[in-house]
Design a protein around this ligand. Structure first.
Ligand code: GLU
Length: 420
């Protein structure tokens, strides 16, 4: 389909076909499962600080509506396209289904570099985006959340804009909001916490001691920073590699992650941090470590570097970091590298978003302990199912995770039937 014409969408489709073949899905059901149900493109005119008016392109893709409303993050990134948004929405579908959340997948966003906007411009763009989306979203239709390039403040502007148009507060329209306006305790940390929980489970299976382990974290946004800090200061793992979009650092003696966080807080990036240990960002992923955590963008582990990875655990905190070509290589290396696939590894975010939505609908307040405890229980269940299925069917962890997700959506579509 021409509107989704994009490399990332093609990758998501290729991954789906692998699963469809493994599950022996009837060709008549494949397109129905794979293509997004709805896709919206909007043009967003914004008054810039210099007096000019600039237009931005915004998107929202709702992948399937079979199990409940759609759910997914909002990405502000310069290269965002309809195809990439559709791929991310498709992954959200399998992710939500694997965790048994009553949602279809969605994703949206704006093609923009948010770091180039003033705070006023960012607010104007965020509000305009939500305003244009009002006819297509709702607490029982499609619930937005955060993703790369957006944060709690952007979610607050979304919630406020939607609420102003309704005439009353609708906190359930977005998740990842500040706690002060109905956000949940533990949402900001949820994805990173989930990543670390699953890494510790993998270490447990492999019988390796976290205190003797090293890790490389690619990306120091919300997910990467929470994961790195928690691994370093709670699990006792030595962080030997760290990067953001401006620099990559590798130090076998260990990196002071708190100092890196402080540096980013002050400067906004890692560029001038620990300069004597800077390395080629392309080489960081193939350097020696026990745990490799891609927590940035998609397609960073490819057929070019998959054979060179030197880790024991690959924890996919980003969405779509590994290409299907790389997967074939990793399948050969199954006894060397334990893969925690993205739709399992980073599911903590949407799971706690679900808790936030449920609390909002019922005007409830859970404590951080309740939230984290429930999060770990869901992750534990999914993790156990994936490992069991992979073992029994001699398939990769990714195939097992995706198969569980795809199967649940297919079953629901079958039992609901095709109308008319
Ligand atoms: N952006 C997150 C993801 O990719 C979560 C989105 C949400 O909380 O709705 O899973």
């Amino acid at each position: 389909m021409i509107i989704y014409d994009d490399e990332v969408f093609k990758m998501a489709c290729d991954q789906f076909q692998v699963i469809a073949d493994y599950l022996n899905i009837d060709p008549n059901d494949r397109d129905r499962l794979m293509y997004p149900k709805r896709a919206v493109a909007v043009t967003l005119p914004v008054h810039m600080d210099d007096g000019s008016t600039k237009t931005f392109q915004g998107y929202r893709v709702q992948h399937h509506l079979t199990l409940g409303p759609t759910k997914g993050g909002t990405r502000f990134a310069p290269s965002l396209s309809m195809g990439e948004t559709a791929a991310l929405a498709m992954w959200m579908s399998w992710k939500c289904a694997l965790s048994n959340l009553p949602y279809g997948g969605a994703k949206g966003g704006v093609a923009v570099d948010p770091s180039k906007l003033s705070r006023r411009e960012l607010e104007a763009l965020s509000r305009r985006y939500m305003q244009e989306m009002i006819p297509f979203v709702g607490p029982h239709t499609d619930i937005m959340g955060p993703d790369m390039g957006t944060n709690e403040q952007v979610m607050a502007w979304f919630m406020d804009t939607y609420s102003v148009y309704q005439g009353y507060s609708v906190s359930e329209i977005v998740t990842g909001k500040p706690v002060a306006i109905g956000g949940t305790e533990g949402r900001r940390e949820a994805t990173g916490r989930g990543v670390v929980y699953l890494i510790e489970r993998a270490m447990n299976i492999l019988k390796i001691d976290p205190e003797k382990c090293t890790a490389i974290v690619q990306g120091f946004g919300n997910v990467g920073s929470v994961a790195a800090l928690s691994l370093a200061y709670k699990s006792g793992v030595k962080i030997v590699g760290l990067s953001d979009h401006t620099a990559a650092i590798y130090n076998p003696k260990g990196i002071d992650v708190k100092a890196a966080e402080q540096h980013i807080f002050k400067k906004g990036h890692l560029k001038a941090f620990d300069q004597e240990n800077h390395v080629d960002p392309n080489k960081l992923l193939t350097m020696k470590c026990d745990v490799l955590i891609p927590a940035a963008v998609d397609r960073v582990i490819t057929e070019k570097n998959a054979a060179k990875l030197q880790c024991r655990i690959l924890a996919e905190a980003a969405n779509g970091p590994t290409t299907p070509g790389a997967d074939l290589i990793l399948e050969q290396r199954w006894d060397e590298i334990f893969v925690i696939p993205d739709i399992l590894c980073n599911a903590g975010g949407v799971i706690v978003s679900y808790f936030e939505w449920v609390q909002g609908l019922q005007s409830f307040r859970w404590t951080e302990m309740e939230v984290t405890d429930k999060l770990f229980r869901i992750l534990e269940h999914s993790f156990a199912q994936v490992i069991k299925r992979a073992k029994e069917h001699k398939i990769s962890h990714r195939t097992a995770a995706m198969a569980i997700g795809v199967e649940r959506v297919l079953k629901a579509k079958k039992v609901r039937g095709l109308f008319p």
